[in-house]
Each structure stands twice: as structure tokens, then as C-alpha cells.
Design a protein around this ligand. Structure first.
Ligand SMILES: Cc1cc2nc3c(=O)[nH]c(=O)nc-3n(C[C@H](O)[C@H](O)[C@H](O)COP(=O)(O)OP(=O)(O)OC[C@H]3O[C@@H](n4cnc5c(N)ncnc54)[C@H](O)[C@@H]3O)c2cc1C
Length: 321
């Protein structure tokens, strides 16, 4: 527990606090949404917890330049909602996007399912305003001769406090195609990932879940995932409808290499009427909201619910997330 929690809502309050604390040798620990998966926010009893959730303004969106200036406490998902009407998005999509903040994403250099195509937070930050320990405000830019911006991104709050960020935005894809492949052996899922890369395909998202993860997800929120499968793989391509139409069959053929059960679904641009299946790929970022149903794409040699006999050794009970 920290000695005190301070919640500023302006960057000059942050610098004033840091200056005051530095003069007295008081440790300060920044905190954003507090998802804190890696334990970066661990205040000591004599420290000040600096709650940055009050710095939560989207200062400016320049649609033409595909650029946004935001404060660090803006929630990732709220930023995406803010940008949606302008047809833009900010690429980082950690699974914590609904609660984590831009500042936290920057401090952790967060990625997400789409980082295979679009990169991690580092690739989408153009500049930062940072309050240093003594209270000095520093501006870091992607074009600086020394890459202090790169040093700052992912530094988990130990080098300074991000008080404002200039983000690079990209257009929302006009079409998406998503598939779920279910495998009898997790090794086949891993080999499929390698094959996708070897084929030179660039999915916009790729996520592997082992059986334990799938079972836990299903127990928490039933979504019709094949709990019998040893592993499942979500794969998505996005872009212009023509590009998606060209990429999807190639991706599907690699996914089918190990003869898995495949379920496919299409984004709004390639919408098909709902079938009996109501599968929704909830572990995958925005697809959970943009895709409303999936259909079983074509006759499968074996439905997901009837996996072929397994010829592998029993899995260790310690396997899992
Ligand atoms: C359910 C869940 C799913 C996740 N999924 C992913 C994923 O798919 N990919 C991925 O990469 N990560 C993932 N994460 C981790 C993710 O990186 C963090 O959730 C997120 O980036 C942290 O944001 P936050 O706002 O919660 O920050 P906090 O947890 O509050 O803080 C994280 C760290 O950043 C520092 N910090 C916070 N704000 C600032 C600031 N303004 N300036 C300087 N330092 C600051 C804090 O001191 C702390 O060290 C996941 C976490 C959870 C809980």
C-alpha cells in the first residue's frame, strides 16, 4: 500500500508532484488502469501512487495526417470508439483494451493479436511528452537523433511519466475474414503458424489457445468453442475486400493442411446470413464486436465436436495458461 494516492488531471500537476517528491526523496509509482499483469505497479509503503486515470482527454485528432494527441489515461477501447466515425483506429489491441490505457500500453509496449501484421505499441507512437523525476517536462519525437522515444516505450514507468502521446493511426479495414481451426494436437497448431509465416502470408491476427484455455473460456462464457480440441487457432485477414478475397483462400488452405475442423466467419463487408452456428471469436479483439456470426464454410472431413482418435501421449497436468 502506498502512503498516499495522488490523482492529477493536468500535466503541470504531475511535474509539480514529481519535483516535490524528488526534493524529499519520496518514491513515486505511476498507475494507469492497474491491469498490472507484469507487476510494474508495486508501490512501497512510503511511496506516492500517481493515479493517471484523470488525464483522460483526447486532445486532437488530425484525420488527414492520421494522427491523434491524447493524454495517457485514455482507455484504449474508448479511443478506438472515438476514432471509429473518422474511419481510423490505433493499432495496439491488447486483450486488456477494454480497460487498459494508452499510457499503460506505452509503458508496457503492449501488443495484441494483430501485432503479427501491424506491430506493437512502439510502431504507433510518434512522440511523447514525459515528466522526468525532477519535474522537468521533456518532449520526445520519432525523428530525434537519439532514440529516447524507443527507450521510453516499454520502460514500465521507471524513466518518467508519460503525460501526453502523439499516436499514429491507420484506416479501419474495409473487410475481414476470420477462421477458427481446431487441432487434435497442439504441435499441429504450432506447425500451422510456422507454415503461415513460411508461405509469406500476413494475417492481421493470429492467436493460439490450448485446450485448457478454451475450457476455461467456455466455462466462463460459453461461445461454442470446440473444447475437445487440443488447441485452436484463430486467424484473420483484413484489408480491402479484393485483397481479403485473395488472401483468405491461401490462408484457409494452410489452415487445412493438418485437416482440422475449420469454422469461418466474415466481417461486415462480406456478411452472410446467420447459420445455425453462433460461434463468436470472443478472445480476439475487435472481431468480437464486428463479426456477428460464422458459418461452417464447407463440408469438413470431421466436425470439431468429433475429433479423431488421438495418438499422442497424455498431456501434463501442468500444461495451461
Ligand atoms: C486480461 C489482460 C489481457 C492482456 N492482454 C495483453 C495482450 O494481449 N498483449 C499485451 O502486450 N499485453 C496484454 N496485457 C498487458 C497489457 O500490456 C496491460 O494490460 C496494459 O498495457 C497496461 O495498461 P494499464 O493502463 O492497466 O497500466 P497499469 O497496469 O496501471 O500500469 C502498467 C505499468 O505502466 C506504468 N505506467 C502506467 N501509466 C504510465 C504513464 N503514463 N507513464 C509512465 N508509466 C506508466 C505503471 O507504473 C506500470 O509499471 C494484458 C493484461 C490483462 C490484465
Amino acid at each position: 500500500m502506498p502512503a498516499v494516492v495522488v490523482k492529477p488531471d493536468r500535466s503541470d500537476q504531475v511535474t509539480a508532484l514529481l519535483g516535490y517528491a524528488a526534493e524529499r526523496g519520496i518514491p513515486v509509482t505511476p498507475r494507469a488502469a492497474g491491469t498490472n499483469l507484469c507487476g510494474g505497479f508495486a508501490p512501497t509503503p512510503e511511496s506516492v501512487a500517481l493515479d493517471l486515470s484523470g488525464l483522460n482527454r483526447v486532445v486532437e485528432v488530425d484525420v488527414e495526417a492520421r494522427r491523434a494527441v491524447v493524454e495517457p489515461g485514455v482507455i484504449n477501447a474508448a479511443l478506438q470508439e472515438h476514432l471509429r466515425p473518422s474511419g481510423l483506429c490505433w493499432s495496439p489491441d491488447p486483450a486488456s483494451a477494454a480497460i487498459s490505457t494508452v499510457g499503460g500500453n506505452i509503458a508496457e509496449n503492449a501488443g495484441g493479436p494483430s501485432c503479427i501484421k501491424h506491430g506493437v505499441t512502439f510502431h504507433h507512437v510518434l512522440g511523447l511528452e514525459v515528466a522526468l523525476a525532477g519535474g522537468r517536462l521533456l518532449r520526445l519525437d520519432r525523428d530525434d537523433e537519439v532514440d529516447l522515444l524507443g527507450l521510453m516505450i516499454g520502460s514500465e514507468g521507471i524513466l518518467g511519466v508519460v503525460t501526453q502521446a502523439v499516436l499514429s493511426l491507420r484506416p479501419l479495414p474495409r473487410a475481414t475474414w476470420t477462421a477458427l481451426a481446431a487441432f487434435d494436437r497442439i504441435e499441429e497448431a504450432a506447425l500451422t503458424v510456422s507454415a503461415i509465416v513460411a508461405e509469406g502470408l500476413t494475417p492481421s491476427a493470429l492467436e493460439l489457445c490450448d485446450q485448457r484455455q478454451v475450457q476455461l473460456c467456455e466455462a466462463w462464457k460459453p461461445s461454442g468453442y470446440p473444447v475437445e480440441a487440443d488447441a485452436i487457432l484463430f486467424a484473420e485477414v483484413d484489408g480491402d475486400p479484393e485483397a481479403v478475397a485473395a488472401a483468405a483462400p491461401a490462408l484457409e488452405s494452410v489452415l487445412r493442411r493438418f485437416d482440422p475442423g475449420i469454422r469461418r466467419c466474415c466481417g461486415p463487408a462480406r456478411w452472410r446470413p446467420p447459420s445455425a452456428s453462433t460461434w463468436r471469436p470472443s478472445p480476439m479483439r475487435a472481431t468480437a464486436t464486428s463479426i456477428r456470426c460464422c458459418s461452417i464454410g464447407r463440408p469438413r472431413p470431421r466436425p470439431c465436436s468429433e475429433p479423431r482418435a488421438r495418438s499422442r501421449r497424455p498431456r501434463s497436468t501442468s500444461a495451461g495458461p
